[in-house]
Design a protein around this ligand. Sequence first.
Ligand SMILES: *[C@@H]1O[C@H](CO)[C@@H](O)[C@H](O)[C@H]1NC(C)=O
Ligand SMILES: *[C@@H]1O[C@H](CO)[C@@H](O)[C@H](O)[C@H]1NC(C)=O
Ligand SMILES: *[C@@H]1O[C@H](CO)[C@@H](O)[C@H](O)[C@H]1NC(C)=O
Length: 449
Amino acid sequence: MHLSVTSTLALLGMLSLLVVGTNAALKGVFAHYLVGSMGGADEAVKDVQDAQKMSLDAFALNVQDPSASWATNAIQLLFTAAEANNFKLFFSFDMSVIDQPSTFLPLFNQYQNNPAYYRHNNRPFVSTFNGGAKSFGASSPNAGWQAQFKDILSSQGIDPFFVPDFDDYGGATYDANFFKNYPVVDGVMSWESAWPEVSDGLVNVSSSKDQTALTNARAAGKLYMMPLSSVQFKHIDGGQNWYRIGELNLPLRIAQVLALQPDFVEIITWNDSGESHYIGNCWPEAIAGVPAIQAYSNGYDHTHWQDVLAPFIVAYKNGATSLSSVTPFGAFAGAFWYRPLLKAASCSGDGLGKPSGWQNAQDLINIAMLLPSTSSGVTLRVTSGGAVVATLATKPGLNFASVPIRTGSQRVELVAANGSIMGAGSSTQDVVSDTSGVCNFNYQVVHIA
Ligand SMILES: *[C@@H]1O[C@H](CO)[C@@H](O)[C@H](O)[C@H]1NC(C)=O
Ligand SMILES: *[C@@H]1O[C@H](CO)[C@@H](O)[C@H](O)[C@H]1NC(C)=O
Ligand SMILES: *[C@@H]1O[C@H](CO)[C@@H](O)[C@H](O)[C@H]1NC(C)=O
């Protein structure tokens, strides 16, 4: 092919326009990643590669102490791993801990131009956990963020794309007033809408707050990042001991994301073992200093939630709006999850006692099973405590269901129309009705393979 210099340049110009256009249309899916001390480069590489395998676009790096060497070392290892693997990272500054933007700006400046830093419309993406009520000495939070974050960067020629979680701003939800009062944001995220509150009682997760936020964000020309999570169980001390509904929260939320079509999705979380909603590895040294967290997360692997999430991420990016379009990469993909301790347990041996919200838990085997569009006549056979307790019909796409659980072992089998067993998963930890040890409401996640 012969192209003159001018037409080559013109073509390159068109291509770059196309690239920018495509990026703007991309729906990013991220996972919240708590930065702590890291054992070595191999852990960073494994996390990055696992995330990439499930089609995540970036980790949202939660940073609580931007100058501590354990944090800067881990961040360095993660950027090196991301750059080598063509993965992306951005900062989510934890404003429940960080006092003001000047505390994190040196770290942001150091990395915002890194090839592995995630950009939206060619602007470095920045998020937060909270910070919507902090004014940093200015007349309002908006004025504080404008002066101490955006204006300072702007004077250095840096234009961050700012999508904070400002759940704490003081209003009930992201209403039209919020966007009038916070022009400093380019979009918003909610953290809290990922699960019902403890005080909501036994209800399914609602997407009404997300719907409101999305509608008002769009009206203001801004974007919305929707949170997606499995459960929130925290059992650390007297002030941090609660259970926010798990059970079917994850597939219900997946359906809500597909129905609402937000601009971005943030999975909560990759590795927050303290809140039990991790889907990635929990490296042993990361929580070595917190025996309370080890006691309810060691041996509770959640990585098979990735098998359910990966096809969802691809379907969402392709514009799927319902679960029937979430099909597996192979013949099937799925997992089941359960709490090995029944909710009525006395937990008399645990000084922290039962988590608040324990009444909202349900004793269930929860299943998500993805089947191809050609699937027909396939059933799920559920065995609990030695008895077959359910045989469930399935459809193509993402099926989910829950069945009352019994004490003892658990097994879920995928049975073809002709009766052959296509796949199965078995519990490795029995369900018990009480314990003299930790009052653990964390989930075991079992691969159906
Ligand atoms: C998440 O992983 C990182 C890297 O291993 C670690 O520093 C951090 O402590 C982990 N967070 C938790 C809560 O385990
Ligand atoms: C939650 O949703 C599931 C699945 O749609 C349904 O079976 C269940 O009854 C709902 N639970 C409540 C409390 O509404
Ligand atoms: C039964 O169906 C499964 C799944 O469609 C298929 O792989 C298998 O070959 C069939 N077995 C028999 C004996 O027809």
